[in-house]
Design a protein around this ligand. Structure first.
Ligand code: T68
Length: 804
């Protein structure tokens, strides 16, 4: 026992001793278990509480410091926070990872197992939610006083399973176990109303909602690097105002007695899993207003505790809308200021605009939010009136009519957000320019200074330091530990790139990660892979614009080519897929099934499987990404140009030394600029070429005629090669590609196929490949979410950090 303590530095030994004592204390007094009876989950809970104590100290001190400084606060409103696991992140940021390892070893436990026992908090669908989580961590690292506001969904994103290759959705149950990180705030419940009517009393407008629910806050403190600052993530849970109808109960109506509670709780029951269908529209709008109303009431309450002049609001309060989902914050803030506090209407709009800013995450027309006036007016009658007045005033000021909030009989939430925000930002340079040219063209002309760019980033604590110990240790040994706080310091690796010994060590770190991953694959999925094969990964939501079907089609073509000449010098590859399809998105689900069918056929092929294997890992989530990314050699970023707003997975891969094969889309453009075109496999049409190509009649047919491998791969979809029991299963996908091909799979195929051949050739020279990979790491410093947050602070929020 003492030996282990001597093996670590003195500070860690003290931490380990104290931590062990705290773990035992919490096991006894918080969990109520004796060590000899404790299960893994009990130990994890005890460790989490011991860690939370330390975060809480930092959090309360941060809150005190922000208040004393009268600092401007940032409020990040997001319907999604894709947090993942918190324990490891917290340990790493508090500098307690080694101490925890020692303390647990002393108790007969392995830290890795304890950490892996934590369920992922999957309160988000994909990139937008994960960005919000990275931002929370960066805000705390930088020391910017902030609160993240969202919904405490009982069920996060569904759990994905495959049955005969098909996606099936199961409910996600993260709250089935106690969530040790949060503080419940039963004392500060707020009421949120819906429906009803509006009337005037002595010149003032009063809204009488027909229905009310209560919002209860749960605070999870998020700690930054080195534990200097922590901010809360405040998630709202819905409950009934009168949870239980005793009268109905006493009359024997037990079901009816419980009804109000069941109905109210529906609001925070599930994360909207689908960004494509109309289902559950009213509930979705209720969720949006519910969390916005509770958050704004909370924000004003905090403001009014410290200040008494509402004119100061824009100076003290910055409210960021993560996409249009919280767009009702505009009219709600106007309602709070005008109806409830008597501020003159135009002045209320001006104050609200001074506080609000809006981030756009998509240009896809089908993903832009709009609400029918009927539904909206039914649930939020006063807000509809306010929006009408805002629209009229905006229109009055700009008679050339840059675009009304009311178009096609619907309330356009993007326009509303734009009109109510003092800054509107895109999430990559290309996306921001396209915003100006497309959806917001008219508004941009009238407000040329409103749109700004803030290219996304990722937190290097989770996405390098903790997920990739082999590489981060090498980096720290080479350039010191300063990169964890200041990722731009990675450029100090540059002088080492010419050093063969360093490149060998870099390659060895990647090889070690691949070995770990291979063992895990063999153990959990029974798939034996060669760790020296190229690991080629596409992990993200399944969507036609992301073109997983282009990837699998090219895989089929590669398989056919290997069959033609099995003796040739093929570069072995493992194709890794991961991602969920929206439950109602049938085409995306067909793509999943196709990939699984192709995997089954190829992995069982005695001729080709030593060169080409495919695996679709089920239930892709943050923790799985943390496993896959450090072990990958190639990152697939192959969306149709102009469609992917930014991407953030692309940044995580580059940082961890995977080379990108990609189009000029989203932040790929900036990644290629940073890492250098010679360290990036570019292919495909540009956004402008995509637009032009769509106008070419028969573009898909022409592309197929021009590419024999494409024609042959499509042939295999049609002749039932991958679905012998049901030969027609993939005709839909083949017809889509050969027909309208909106996402230009056929037109980009030949270029993609050629680029993949280049990739295989390049991988043959391992030293050169490793140098290119190391260069990707060295030049990815700009993609830290710390840089992004500093951009928001300076250009949008006007907020300053409170630590150096
Ligand atoms: C993503 N958007 C973008 N949306 O696709 C991605 N949408 O390019 C970008 O990097 C990322 O945002 C962060 O900026 C999403 O993830 C959603 O998840 C979503 C959810 C509900 C409704 C609409």
């Amino acid at each position: 026992m003492t030996q282990t303590l001597h093996a670590v530095p003195a500070g860690d030994a003290i931490d380990a001793t104290a931590l062990k004592a705290d773990v035992l204390k919490h096991l006894t007094f918080t969990i109520g278990r004796a060590p000899e009876d404790a299960a893994l989950g009990d130990w994890r809970m005890a460790l989490s509480f011991a860690v939370r104590d330390r975060i809480t100290e930092s959090w309360l001190a941060s809150e005190r410091a922000a208040r004393e400084a009268g600092a401007k606060r940032v409020y990040y409103l997001s319907l999604e926070f894709l947090i993942g696991r918190l324990l490891e992140d917290a340990l790493v940021n508090l500098g307690l990872a080694e101490a925890a390892e020692v303390a647990l070893r002393d108790l007969g436990l392995a830290l890795g197992e304890v950490v892996a026992d934590e369920p992922d908090a999957a309160l988000g669908n994909g990139g937008l939610g994960r960005l919000a989580a990275c931002f929370m961590e960066s805000l705390a690292t930088i020391g910017c006083p902030a609160i993240g506001y969202g919904i405490r969904y009982e069920h996060g994103l569904f759990r994905q399973q495959f049955e005969h290759g098909r996606q099936v959705e199961l409910p996600e149950l993260w709250l089935e176990q106690q969530h040790p990180w949060e503080f419940e705030r039963p004392g500060s419940r707020l009421r949120v109303g819906f429906g009803g009517h509006v009337h005037q009393v002595e010149g003032r407008t009063i809204w009488h909602p027909a229905e009310e629910v209560e919002a209860e806050a749960f605070d999870t403190p998020i700690v930054g690097w080195e534990g200097q600052w922590a901010n809360p993530l405040r998630l709202w849970s819905a409950r009934a105002v009168y949870p239980f109808d005793l009268n109905r109960f006493n009359h024997g109506d037990f079901r009816g007695a419980a009804e109000p509670e069941a109905l109210a709780r529906t609001i925070s029951r599930v994360l909207y899993p689908d960004d494509t269908t109309d289902e559950g529209k009213a509930l979705r709008l209720k969720q949006e207003y519910f969390f916005v109303a509770a958050s704004l009431a909370d924000i004003l309450c905090r403001f009014e505790r410290d200040f008494d002049d509402l004119a100061l609001l824009p100076e003290k309060v910055a409210i960021q809308l993560n996409d249009t989902h919280p767009a009702v914050a505009g009219p709600e803030l106007v309602r709070l200021l005008h109806d409830e506090r008597g501020v003159e209407f135009s002045r209320a709009v001006e104050i609200a605009r001074g506080c609000l800013s809006y981030t756009n995450h998509t240009l896809l027309p089908e993903a832009l939010e709009s609400w029918s006036e009927g539904l909206f007016g039914h649930l939020l009658p006063r807000h509809l009136e306010i929006i009408e007045r805002i629209d009229a005033e905006h229109y009055g000021a700009h008679p050339d009519r840059p675009g009304s909030i009311f178009e096609h009989g619907e309330i356009q939430m993007g326009t509303l957000s734009f009109v109510m925000a003092h800054k509107v930002n895109g999430v990559s340079a290309l996306h921001t320019e396209l915003m100006k040219e497309t959806v917001f063209e008219g508004l941009h002309q009238v407000h040329p200074d409103r749109i700004v760019n803030q290219t996304n980033g990722v937190t290097p604590r989770r996405w390098l330091k903790s997920c990739n110990a082999a590489l981060s240790d090498l980096i720290t040994e080479t350039i010191g530990a300063g990169w964890v706080r200041d990722l731009s310091q990675l450029e100090r690796l540059e002088p080492h790139l010419g050093d063969g010994a360093f490149i060998n060590r870099y390659a060895a770190a990647k090889r070690a990660n691949k070995a770990v991953f291979s063992n895990w694959l063999a153990g959990d999925y029974g798939l034996k892979v060669d760790p020296d094969a190229m690991f080629d990964a596409q992990i993200k939501r399944i969507h036609e614009y992301k073109r997983q079907h282009l990837n699998i089609l090219q895989t089929i073509a590669a398989w056919q080519a290997i069959h033609d000449d099995p003796q040739a010098d093929w570069t072995p590859r493992l194709k890794i897929f991961g991602g969920k399809a929206a439950p109602g998105y049938h085409f995306a689900k067909d793509i999943i099934r196709l990939i699984n069918d192709v995997a089954a056929r190829l992995n069982a092929d005695p001729v080709t499987s030593k060169y080409l294997q495919v695996i679709f890992l089920p239930n892709y989530n943050v923790s799985l990404a943390e496993r896959i990314i450090p072990a990958s050699d190639l990152s697939e970023q192959i969306s149709t140009a102009g469609k992917e707003a930014s991407g953030t997975g692309n940044m995580k891969f580059a940082l961890n030394g995977a080379l990108t094969i990609g189009t000029l889309d989203g932040a790929n453009v900036e990644i290629r600029e940073q890492v250098g075109p010679e360290n990036f496999f570019l292919f495909g049409m540009t956004a402008a070429e995509v637009t032009a190509r769509r106008a070419v009649p028969d573009h898909a047919r022409r592309a197929i005629e021009g590419s024999a491998p494409l024609a042959r791969a499509l042939g295999a979809l049609r002749d039932g090669t991958f679905s012998p029991d049901e030969p027609g299963r993939y005709h839909g996908i083949a017809d889509n590609i050969a027909g309208g091909d909106h996402f230009l799979v056929a037109s980009d195929f030949a270029a993609y196929h050629a680029a993949q051949t280049d990739v295989s050739r390049a991988y043959g020279d391992r030293e050169t490949w490793a140098r290119m990979a190391a260069r990707n790491t060295a030049r990815s410093g700009w993609f830290s979410s710390d840089r992004t947050i500093r951009g928001y602070m300076g250009e949008i929020w006007g907020a300053a950090p409170l630590i150096d």
